[in-house]
Design a protein around this ligand. Structure first.
Ligand code: ADP
Ligand code: MG
Length: 706
């Protein structure tokens, strides 16, 4: 057995490989461009390309690709060979700075929300030196992958990465400015992100027999077996051998790619698992999450398994999330969300802690919108996942701290000992507050030295959530700094000014803090009383992207242009309606081609039996139950048929509407409700019908795989 250190980062063109394959001068250029965002000159790019090529070819790569993350969710690649023929039987391996820095994939088939006409379908992918290139290994070959951003010919971003980078820059710049109040040595800050990924595993063969899983990613029909997760005997249980083998296999591939995986365990639902890497810089962590999902799915096929990323693949057991652990760390090594020994005296911590809470308070609807997808709707608000009501959990210790802070007298100012201590808090080593003080029911929870955005869906691209989170906290810090500076200008002592502004924020954002059970009915009522929104479905949540406040927020801070924001929102509406449309069609197919035929087959058996029994002289009354059963089956078949026809009618009507948002809302309000109606009858039939006649694998086959 090899130790992890032997293969960690082996397939990454990171600092170690670079030191060996490119000049010091070129490395300096990469670092500079990474730190300052300054584009690198072509000569340096040529040098790096040459080194990268040699490194990759020596390791067996034959092709290279720009690797990017278009708005459809997964990753995209188009491979080119290094090899270029120079004659009939001669050729050279070519890869230069131009090929490294920029490519022009035909972008017409990627979602663009109406930004481009197909006749000018050009899109550019451009190298992002902050994310290292890597070699993707498949059974039959290796490809050098170069992480890039993806922009339209007209300059608008067509991917997740470009705005993500802008949002982290925006947040780290203002963070650095705010840190000057406390420590002039801070020159830079980084957003850190650790992404916990939940997922289900099912046997590939069984998966392939369920069209709903194959095409919609979730089961549209199916009954929970007698034993589900009631006993909670799966959570943290011992990992079955087949799964263990799979995990170690994908972990190895991920580690080679430099993804710092650290944790693995069973989750609450049967067949559900989780893995988590060490936190990294947010942009890289998000690249790594996308890459990890690719790796996990591709390694799964070696084990005849399928990974289900869907937020709610099975009715009746827990769904899956992707907890985003987020904080900001300075270049002096201070985690700004680490409370230290004495949080009440740690004004720097309080500054970032309170401003984050205030940002969530002021932008709760936008944060809700950032995690809105058709799939996540099943999870948010279902009673075992963070609710759609945005709130912040901070734990009892920090609740007390905020209470005390709000009531405390102003500090005496610079000359006093107290404030000296406050200014020098950055030297206090971090302590973790009581780790048991956790709340699994909160969508946004403070967990020791970071905020954990738990409401993000398991299949989602984290950039959606993190772009919004970075931007709203950045914007809030800008406002904070303005207010403090204005007071200082009026000769208020700096510390007192900071305290005064923070206290006003504690007061004005109190209603977003909730420490109780987020799954409870009482919270729904209480939240309504507090005036917190509970936006249950995606098409209504997405409206938050189009408000004046949101437009201003994104455009002013150069995260999105007006056009980009509009296009993205349109894509989200479209995505929603397409998902529901597909689910509706699959459900129709399932009931007509699988469920009703199963029911008819069994019904025929029943009727034959009843006839036979009557032939030997039995009365109807004597076979009452068989009669009733045959009748009940007929009733459900009729219900299914009628509801399916009604659903098709509603789909037609929705399709005739002319705006994506109206269509999405029609799909949500008029089409989707039939899913439940149809499912009810279908699931009832599953209960009634002979196991041998049932044509679909059941939940017990899917969930209790060993
Ligand atoms: P749990 O929340 O399940 O108790 P951990 O405390 O181990 O798990 O943390 C979960 C994730 O949070 C891991 O990816 C971890 O690296 C990450 N994390 C820890 N500290 C920070 C931080 N300061 N900033 C961002 N992520 C962090
Ligand atoms: Mg966690």
């Amino acid at each position: 057995m090899k130790q992890i250190s032997e293969y960690f980062g082996k397939s990454v063109f990171g600092p170690k490989a670079m030191a060996e394959y490119v000049s010091k001068e070129a490395i300096k250029a990469v670092n500079e461009s990474r730190n300052t965002g300054k584009p690198m000159d072509r000569k340096m790019a040529d040098q790096i390309a040459e080194g990268m090529k040699n490194w990759a070819i020596e390791r067996g790569a034959t092709h290279y690709t720009h690797w990017f993350q278009p708005l459809r969710g997964s990753t995209a690649e188009k491979h080119d060979a290094f090899f270029e023929p120079t004659g009939i039987d001669t050729g050279i391996e070519i890869f230069n700075g131009k090929a490294l820095v920029q490519q022009e994939p035909d972008a017409s088939s990627f979602p663009n929300g109406g930004i481009r006409n197909t006749f000018e379908a050009r899109g550019y992918s451009a190298w992002d030196p902050s994310s290292p290139a890597f070699i993707m290994e498949k059974a039959s070959g290796k490809t050098l992958c170069i992480p890039t951003i993806f922009v339209a010919y007209t300059g608008e971003a067509l991917d997740y990465k470009a705005p993500l980078i802008k949002s982290t820059n925006f947040l780290t710049n203002i963070t650095t400015d705010v840190c000057q109040y406390f420590d002039p040595n801070v020159k830079n800050a980084k957003v850190s992100l650790g992404i916990e990924q939940e997922y289900f595993l099912v046997d590939e063969e069984i998966y392939n027999q369920r069209p709903d899983l194959v095409f919609a990613g979730r089961t549209l029909v199916g009954n929970m077996p007698a034993k589900g997760q009631q006993l909670e005997d799966h959570y943290f249980g011992s990992i079955p051998e087949r799964i263990y083998n799979y995990m170690t296999d994908f972990e190895k591939e991920a580690l080679k790619l430099g993804i710092p995986l650290k944790t693995r365990h069973n989750e609450v639902a049967p067949g559900q698992y989780e893995c988590a890497p060490m936190f990294e810089e947010a942009d890289l962590a998000i690249d790594h999450n996308s890459l990890l999902m690719d790796v996990m799915q591709s390694v799964a096929s070696r084990h005849k398994l399928k990974v289900l990323w869907h937020e709610k693949p099975f009715k009746g057991v827990n769904g899956s999330g992707k907890h985003n652990n987020w904080s900001i760390i300075t270049d002096t090594g201070v985690n700004l969300l680490s409370p230290g020994h004495s949080p009440i005296d740690n004004l720097q911590f309080l500054t970032f802690f309170i401003n984050t809470i205030k940002a969530v308070h002021d932008n709760a609807d936008l944060l809700r919108a950032s995690i809105a997808t058709a799939a996540n709707d099943h999870r948010l608000g279902a009673n075992e996942a963070p609710p759609a009501i945005m709130s912040v959990f901070i734990g009892s210790t920090l609740s007390d701290v905020l209470g005390q802070f709000e009531q405390s007298k102003p500090s005496k100012g610079k000359s006093s000992k107290v404030s000296e201590k406050k200014i020098s808090v950055y030297r206090i080593p971090e302590i973790l507050l009581d780790n048991t003080d956790r709340n699994r029911t909160s969508p946004f929870a403070f967990t020791g030295n970071k905020f954990e955005f738990r409401a993000v869906g398991s299949s989602d691209h984290c950039a959606n959530a993190i772009i919004v989170l970075n931007t709203i906290v950045g914007e809030q810090l800008v406002k904070f700094k303005k207010e403090v500076d204005a007071l200082v200008k009026k000769k208020v002592n700096k510390i007192q000014a900071i305290e005064q502004v923070l206290k006003s924020y504690v007061k004005s954002s109190k209603k977003i803090i909730f420490e109780g059970n987020g799954y409870s009915e009482e919270w729904v009522k209480e939240a309504a009383k507090r005036g917190l929104n509970n936006i249950k479905t995606t098409p209504y949540a997405l409206d938050a992207y189009s408000t004046k406040q949101s437009k201003e927020l994104f455009v002013k801070n150069n995260i999105f242009t007006d056009k980009e924001l509009e296009a993205r929102t349109e894509i989200k509406f479209e995505n929603y309606l397409l998902k529901i449309q597909i689910e509706g069609r699959i459900l129709g197919e399932l009931v007509k081609n699988y469920i009703v035929p199963s029911a008819v087959e069994y019904q025929k058996k029943l009727v034959d039996t009843i006839e036979g029994l009557s032939r030997i002289g039995q009365t109807k009354a004597q076979n009452k139950h068989l009669y009733e059963l045959a009748k009940e089956i007929s009733m459900h078949i009729n219900l299914i048929w009628e509801n399916n026809n009604k659903m098709i009618e509603e789909r037609k009507k929705a399709n005739n509407l002319n705006h994506a948002d109206k269509k999405a809302k029609a799909y949500c309000d008029k089409v989707k409700p039939y899913f439940d109606e149809i499912r009810e009858s279908a699931d009832k039939l599953e209960e009634l019908i002979d196991n041998d006649a049932w044509k679909l694998p059941k939940y017990r086959d899917l969930l209790f795989l060993k």
